[in-house]
Design a protein around this ligand. Structure first.
Ligand SMILES: [Zn+2]
Length: 636
């Protein structure tokens, strides 16, 4: 049996710093605005006082409050990541206070879920399919691990170990245990983190059990439904595809159901493929990845087109204006691809991470840091706007924890290699072959593809520097200490591998050409035929109403020949939308004249030329509210 162990080790975000104009200010807004904002919202909505266990709650409505514990847990995780990068005594004291409240709510047997302690104690562990108990446990575990790693304090970690022990004593294949698993995967990947934080292999075995048991017959969700007196056939979603439990994980052929659940489950599958050296799980990941990336992902890295199941539908079903594309789903996509990237350093996974980060993830957060999208459609008639909070607020703390730890996606190491997956100005501290190495990127990325790497080694040191050639990049050039390198081609995994004995002061200049590109969708995507999108580097562009007053965006058409000619140009504006490169050019718009009093007519409409401005998709809805459109009509 071949080994499938990960070859690469991600460099933790605590060793990565940004001093650029793109990520650094966003991380700072997250620290100073978003994280405090989420705390206040958790407080105002009773998510913190819930742990005092004296609340009155209508049962079981609204059902979303059943998983309120998870929102606070993700805030702890976000705040802990922020503390790990930048100590802040007041925030640390606040996290401690919240941790104490959580610990205080824990029951003598280790159980820890405010809803089922207070509101429905008789229903504890009786509806794993719908009620998110293990999901909440998983987020609390992730929060506890982050808190422990940031502060060295074990109290919350120890409490969550007791909860995990309780879960292990309740569920499993041993006699007397229930053979259950959660309808919303999450605890599986959290238990792998708990295993690493504690070195306790029981948590890894529990994660493995939960993943392996999923979808087996007789079906646990049927059994528990009958035990509650419910008819399993009355399950609102009709199919266990909704929670990826229709068949065992290794037998799943397509990525289906609720998109966030799918991504968390597959992240755990990637973790367990590595931990248990299990090629069948890696094959499952690769099979589902191919389905997702070649047939079911939006250009922005959004996934899950349907509001009905917050998830997947059919291959090539990618409507733009009604796209659900939940923020959490793109975050899950990034987490899963980050895990897959570490196996063999295949750049196709880093391409997905980059696409998600710069587009469907960043779009979720307003520039002021206090407003968010839950859904990230690729077109809007003007009614879609960020909100300060949601009845189901899974996305805001998920955005905060991702931004606070975004550095984790940029670099990996291997025994004698350094891998650079993503580009941004800043520095990283690494250990290569047991020796300290630093690397500094000087760049205006993502607005410019030129990157200067300053290599920091103490003396002569041999290692291979792997630089990703992004999927969008067709031409690049390389110079080492000013001397052009012309005989190096990317390896099959999409990275340039520079093998060299490095010395102090070495400089690598890597220039990725970053022209405007037009993007076309597969002919089977019926919503997008005759349309094109503009991309430059990793950034997907859109048209926004505020730049095209009095014009309906859907009436605009662009000439592909113009986009690639000097009729289209870039303008960088530091003072607009946090600093963006705009795309300016000419398009056509259908003329409204001669339509008065008619719905149809026999004469062909006329059109006129207009100026168009495209902005990065992630930056839309930060000015006057209005329309937005990524996929624009093409004049063919
Ligand atoms: Zn969400």
């Amino acid at each position: 049996m071949s080994t499938v162990k990960r070859q690469l080790e991600p460099v933790p975000f605590t060793d990565v710093t940004f001093d650029d104009a793109f990520w650094a200010p966003r991380i700072e807004v997250n620290r100073t605005v978003t994280i405090p904002h989420i705390y206040r919202q958790c407080e105002a909505t009773g998510r913190i006082s819930a742990f005092d266990l004296n609340f009155q709650r209508p049962v079981p409505s609204p059902i979303v409050l059943i998983f309120g514990d998870s929102d606070l847990a993700k805030w702890i995780e976000a705040a802990s990541y922020s503390l790990a990068s930048r100590p802040e005594p007041a925030l640390e004291a606040l996290v401690d206070q919240v941790a104490d409240k959580i610990i205080h709510a824990q029951q003598p047997d280790g159980y820890l879920n405010t809803h089922f302690i207070v509101a429905q104690p008789e229903m504890r562990w009786r509806n794993l399919r719908d009620w998110h108990e293990m999901y909440c446990a998983g987020h609390l575990i992730e929060g506890a691990v982050a808190h422990y790693r940031a502060t060295g304090k074990r109290k919350l970690l120890d409490a969550l170990c007791r909860y995990a022990d309780h879960i292990e004593a309740t569920f499993g294949r041993e006699p007397g245990k229930k053979r259950g698993y959660c309808g919303h995967p999450e605890i599986e990947l959290a238990l792998v983190k708990l295993y690493h934080a504690t070195n306790n292999p029981r948590y890894l075995r529990l994660a493995t059990y939960l993943l392996d048991e999923r979808g087996n017959q007789p079906h646990y969700f049927d059994i528990e439904a009958r035990e509650r007196g419910d008819d399993p056939a009355q399950f609102w979603a009709k199919t266990y595809e909704y929670c990826q439990a229709h068949v065992p994980v290794r037998e799943q052929g397509k990525v289906v159901g609720h998109a966030v659940r799918a991504m968390y489950l597959l992240s755990a599958a990637a973790d367990l493929a590595h931990e248990n050296d299990d090629p069948t799980l890696l094959e499952t990941c690769e099979r589902l990845w191919n389905n997702l990336i070649t047939k079911r992902m939006y250009l922005t890295g959004g996934i899950g087109p349907s509001r009905h199941n917050e998830g997947f539908t059919q291959d090539y079903d990618l409507p733009d204006e009604t796209a659900y594309a939940e923020t959490c789903a793109t975050i899950g996509l990034i987490q899963w691809n980050h895990r897959l990237l570490q196996f063999a350093g295949d750049s196709k996974y880093a391409d997905v991470i980059e696409r998600g980060l710069y587009n469907g993830f960043l779009s979720s957060l307003s520039l002021d840091g206090a407003h968010l999208f839950y859904e990230n459609p690729l077109a809007s008639a003007g009614g879609h706007h960020r909100q300060s909070w949601f009845e189901c607020p899974c996305c805001p703390p998920n955005v905060a924890r991702t931004l606070a730890s975004v550095g984790q996606y940029f670099y990996s190491t291997e025994e004698k290699s350094v891998w650079v997956h993503l580009y941004a100005q800043g520095s990283v501290k690494l250990k290569v072959d047991g020796r300290d190495v630093s690397l500094r990127q000087v760049t205006k990325y993502p607005w410019d593809g030129d990157i200067k790497f300053e290599i920091g080694v103490a003396g002569l040191q041999s290692f291979t520097l792997h630089l990703r050639v992004p999927g969008w990049c067709e031409r690049w050039r390389l110079r080492i200490n000013g001397i052009p390198v012309t005989d190096l081609e990317p390896r099959a995994n999409g990275y340039l591998a520079i093998e060299r004995e490095w010395q102090p002061g070495d400089v690598v200049e890597y220039g990725m050409e970053m022209p405007l590109q037009m993007v076309w969708a597969h002919p089977a995507v019926r919503y997008l035929q005759g349309r094109m999108a503009i991309q430059r580097g990793p950034i997907v562009y859109c048209l926004e109403g505020v730049d095209h007053e009095t014009i309906v965006l859907d009436r605009i058409a662009l000439d592909p020949k113009h986009v690639l000619s000097n009729e289209f140009g870039l303008v960088h504006q530091d003072d607009l939308l946090g600093g963006v490169s705009l795309v300016r050019g000419r398009g056509c718009v259908v003329d409204e004249s001669g339509w008065e009093g008619r719905l149809y007519r026999y004469r062909e409409p006329s059109s006129k030329t207009i100026d168009i401005t495209a902005i990065p998709y992630y930056a839309w809805d930060n000015r006057a509210p209005g329309e937005m459109r990524v996929w624009v009509r093409a004049m063919l």
